[in-house]
Design a protein around this ligand. Sequence first.
Ligand SMILES: NC(=O)c1ccc[n+]([C@@H]2O[C@H](COP(=O)([O-])OP(=O)(O)OC[C@H]3O[C@@H](n4cnc5c(N)ncnc54)[C@H](OP(=O)(O)O)[C@@H]3O)[C@@H](O)[C@H]2O)c1
Length: 295
Amino acid sequence: MAKPVVFVIGASGNIGFSTTQALSTKYADKLEIRAGVRDPDKADKLKALPGVTVVKATQGDKEQLVKTFAGVSALYIVAPGTENRAELAIKTAEAAKEAGVKHLLVLSVPTYEVTSTVFGKQFTEIETAVSKLGVPYTFIRLPLFVENYFGFKETIQKMSTIILPVDPTKPYTPVVVADAGKAGAAILADPSKHVNKGYCVVSNRHTHGDVAKVFSEVLGKEVTITTNKYEEAKQLLMSIGIPEWQADGGMELYKLIDSGSTATNQQNLSSFKDITGEEPTSLKDWVTGVAPAFK
Ligand SMILES: NC(=O)c1ccc[n+]([C@@H]2O[C@H](COP(=O)([O-])OP(=O)(O)OC[C@H]3O[C@@H](n4cnc5c(N)ncnc54)[C@H](OP(=O)(O)O)[C@@H]3O)[C@@H](O)[C@H]2O)c1
């Protein structure tokens, strides 16, 4: 019997790649895996994954995607970090419906209900449209990535400090990109268990104070926290090329952490284990793995 075809669109990004990698590692014998990217010539890392076929696919290009998705059983829509991502994701989902895709896995965020925020507004639009299509769906709501800590690299190396405006004593629940990829792959491998559900997939709960403490232990030097003002932090992000709408969105997330919101501090930490059967990555293990880059 032919293997079911699973398709990841936006496969060259952090989440798309980690999901495709997890599919390749764990499910290549059971699934036909397709990785959709805008430019296959730039997808050597994906092409090197066993059992993965790279396919040209542009999010939002509805006419073309209807043809590209022919025969696909489950599709993961990894909307990009662009201001028009709701439009891109919705058009992609509509194309999938027209092509007869049987299940949609759609990236969202835990703050989708906080519609007063930039990201909340975009993702509530995506979730509302997808849930009305009549195609079985799963929302995988991903919080802040632990990999954002690479943004602390230079100040940890040069000044042994982490500079940010958020209260370092407030807990929040981020996700490690590899964990997000494993959870997405497990859902794609058996979507029938996850029909019309939404999961906030988090790796663990910690504070930014904990981040400084763990870097201190692992690097063998004291790493402190330096608190700056929200406006300064926003300008710093914009100075490294982050567009203003996205910098505003990031500051809104930090302010939700400050306020103790359950959108940024999830009460349920078990979704990752429930979906994958594995333990999520601890902060200590993640920092230990990346420590050479911070020395
Ligand atoms: N950073 C965080 O803490 C965080 C937390 C939660 C959620 N998110 C969101 O999660 C999503 C996935 O994150 P990520 O880092 O994996 O994504 P990403 O790198 O921003 O984008 C995913 C992929 O989308 C495609 N893409 C980019 N711009 C596009 C455009 N204008 N039109 C069509 N396709 C485009 C690219 O793939 P191809 O070139 O291969 O087509 C890209 O690799 C993003 O929306 C991100 O903002 C981020």
